[in-house]
Write a protein that binds this ligand. Structure first.
Ligand code: NAD
Length: 489
C-alpha cells in the first residue's frame, strides 16, 4: 500500500513529456468537452491563478532575481501585484462581460431577437517575453481563461529560471489539460507554431513577431502582436516668450515643465528593469537649454535612486544575457557620455547612462536600445520633435512633458503611437481601463482589463426568428417571383 502511495507521488511530480501536437490535441479535446466554458469553471481557475501568485510570490521574486537580478519591489509592483489586481478586476466584471449583448432592433425585426454572443475561440496560444516573464506570460492567459478558451502558455526561453518555475508549478494550481505550459527554444517553438490555433497572442520583438504572423497565416489564425520599438520622449522648451510672460505673471518657475519631476519620471521609466521594458522611454528629444537642466537633475536623481555605488544597489537589475550586453556596449562606442557609461561583463552590469550630441543617423537611433542607456537628440521645438518622430516607425509609447495645452494637443493630433502618456512614463500601462498595445511596427491589437476578455472572444451575431405570420410578411419581398423594379425602398 505504501509503495503505491509513493509511486503516485513520483508520477505526479514528473510531468508527462508530450509532443507539441499531443499537447494541443489534449487541449482541443478538453475544449470540445466544454469544460472551460462555464462561468464557474472560469472563476475557479482564475482564483487558482491568484492563489498561485499569492502562495508562490516570493519564489517568483527569487527566480526573476536569478534570471537578471530583478529587484523584488519591481517584481511585486510590475508583475505579481499587477496580475492579482487584474484577476480581481476580471472576477468583478466577468459575469457582465459574458452576458450576450442585445443590439438595437431595426424596425423590420420587431418580432425577432438579436444577440451578440462572446464565443471563446477554442485553443489559443499565448507567447510571453523574458523581460517581464511572469506578467507578459500570464496576463494575456488570464484574458484567455476568462473568455472560456483553452490556452497553451509558452514562456520565453531566455528567462530560463522563471519559465522553468512556471512549468513546474502552474500545473499544481490550474487545470493542466486546459492551460498547459510549453517550454522550448526556437526549434520547439517552430514545431509548436505548425499546429493550428484559434488565436495567437504574442509578446516580443518585431522581428520574431513577423515569424509568428507568417506561421499564423498558414492556418488563417488571428493574432495579437505586442511588439516593441523606440518610444520617444519630448521635453518642452522654455523659449516661448508669451508663455514665459504668463508664467511670470502667475509667479510660476520660468519653465514649461517641472524639470525635476520630469527627470525623475523619465529616469524611473528608463532604468526600471535596467531599461529592458517595451515601453521604456527609448530616447530623449529636447533643446540644448533643457538638456543642461535635465542633466543636472539626472545626476542627483540617479544618486537618489541607487546611492553612491550603483553596482551594490539591490534596486538596479542586470542585463539578461551576454548577447544583449555586447549589443548594448556596441551602441555606446564612440558616443559622448554625459553620465555613466560603466560596464562590467562579469556581472552583466551597465550603469545608468545618458548620451549627448547624438546624431539621428547613429546606430543607437536605429534599433530599440532595451538597456539603461538614454541618448539625447537635440531639437529646437515641438514641431521639430514631431517631424523627427514621424520620420520613423510608429512607436509603442510616446511621452511628452509640457504644461502647455497647445503642445499636448499638437502631439496628440500629429503623431501616431500605441499609447501616449503626458508628463509621465509607463504609468498609462497600469490603468486597466486603458487598452494597451501598439500600432504599425509596434504591434497589432491591444489588451488589459475588459480588452483582455474581448481579445479572446469571437463576437458571434445571432438572429432568432419565430414562425409568426406577421414576421413572415415583413420579409416576404425576398421571395420570387420578383417585381419589375425590385427595390423595397
Ligand atoms: P524573447 O526572446 O523572450 O522572445 C519572445 C517569444 O518569442 C519567446 O516566447 C520566445 O521563446 C519566442 N521566440 C524567439 N525567437 C523565436 C523564433 N525564431 N521563432 C519562434 N518563436 C521565437 O523576447 P524578445 O523578443 O527579446 O523581447 C524583447 C522585445 O519584446 C522588445 O522589442 C520589446 O520591446 C518587446 N516587448 C513588447 C512588449 C509589449 O507588450 N508590446 C512587452 C515586452 C517586450
Amino acid at each position: 500500500g505504501n509503495l503505491a502511495v509513493i509511486d503516485m507521488e513520483v508520477i505526479d511530480s514528473v510531468p508527462e513529456k508530450l509532443s507539441a501536437s499531443q499537447i494541443v490535441a489534449r487541449s482541443r479535446n478538453a475544449f470540445h468537452n466544454g469544460i472551460t466554458r462555464s462561468y464557474n469553471f472560469r472563476v475557479k481557475e482564475l482564483k487558482n491563478m491568484k492563489r498561485f501568485l499569492e502562495e508562490k510570490g516570493s519564489d517568483l521574486v527569487r527566480v526573476m532575481q536569478e534570471d537578471f537580478c530583478k529587484p523584488a519591489q519591481e517584481s511585486h509592483l510590475l508583475e505579481i501585484d499587477f496580475l492579482i489586481l487584474e484577476i480581481d478586476h476580471i472576477l468583478k466584471h466577468l459575469e457582465e462581460w459574458m452576458r450576450p449583448e442585445i443590439p438595437q432592433k431595426p424596425l423590420l425585426n420587431f418580432l425577432d431577437k438579436l444577440r451578440i454572443c462572446s464565443d471563446p475561440f477554442g485553443v489559443v496560444l499565448v507567447m510571453g517575453a523574458w523581460n517581464y516573464p511572469v506578467n507578459l506570460t500570464l496576463s494575456p492567459a488570464l484574458g484567455a481563461i476568462a473568455a472560456g478558451n483553452c490556452c497553451i502558455i509558452k514562456p520565453s526561453d531566455v528567462s530560463t529560471h522563471t519559465s522553468q518555475f512556471l512549468a513546474d508549478n502552474l500545473r499544481h494550481y490550474v487545470n493542466e489539460e486546459c492551460y498547459p505550459v510549453f517550454l522550448g527554444g526556437v526549434p520547439e517553438t517552430t514545431e509548436l507554431l505548425k499546429e493550428r490555433f484559434d488565436y495567437i497572442f504574442y509578446t516580443g520583438s518585431t522581428t520574431v513577431g513577423k515569424i509568428i504572423y507568417k506561421a499564423a497565416a498558414n492556418h488563417l489564425t488571428p493574432c495579437t502582436l505586442e511588439l516593441g520599438g523606440k518610444s520617444p520622449t519630448y521635453i518642452d522648451s522654455t523659449g516661448i516668450f508669451k508663455f514665459l510672460y504668463r508664467q511670470i505673471l502667475l509667479g510660476n518657475v520660468f519653465f514649461s515643465v517641472d524639470i525635476q519631476m520630469a527627470t525623475k519620471r523619465i529616469l524611473w521609466g528608463k532604468f526600471t528593469n535596467c531599461g529592458q521594458t517595451c515601453v521604456a522611454p527609448d530616447y530623449l528629444l529636447c533643446d540644448k537649454e533643457v538638456q543642461e537642466k535635465f542633466l543636472k537633475c539626472a545626476e542627483k536623481c540617479i544618486q537618489e535612486f541607487f546611492g553612491e555605488n550603483i553596482k551594490k544597489s539591490k534596486d538596479f537589475a542586470r542585463i539578461i544575457n551576454e548577447r544583449h550586453f555586447y549589443r548594448i556596449c556596441n551602441l555606446l562606442k564612440d558616443k559622448k557620455i554625459a553620465i555613466g557609461g560603466n560596464v562590467d561583463l562579469e556581472n552583466l552590469y551597465i550603469s545608468p547612462t545618458i548620451l549627448v550630441d547624438i546624431n539621428p543617423d547613429d546606430d543607437i537611433m536605429k534599433e530599440e536600445i532595451f538597456g539603461p542607456v538614454l541618448p539625447i537628440v537635440n531639437v529646437r521645438n515641438a514641431n521639430e520633435a514631431i517631424k523627427f518622430i514621424n520620420a520613423r516607425e510608429k512607436p509603442l509609447a510616446l511621452y511628452v512633458f509640457t504644461k502647455r495645452t497647445e503642445v499636448k494637443q499638437k502631439f496628440l493630433e500629429e503623431t501616431s503611437s500605441g499609447g501616449v502618456c503626458i508628463n509621465d512614463t509607463i504609468m498609462h500601462v497600469a490603468v486597466n481601463t486603458l487598452p494597451f498595445g501598439g500600432v504599425g511596427n509596434s504591434g497589432i491589437g491591444n489588451y488589459h482589463g475588459k480588452k483582455s476578455f474581448d481579445v479572446f472572444v469571437h463576437k458571434k451575431s445571432v438572429l432568432i426568428k419565430n414562425f409568426n405570420p406577421l414576421g413572415e410578411k415583413a420579409h416576404s419581398l425576398r421571395y420570387p417571383p420578383y417585381t419589375e423594379n425590385g427595390s423595397a425602398i
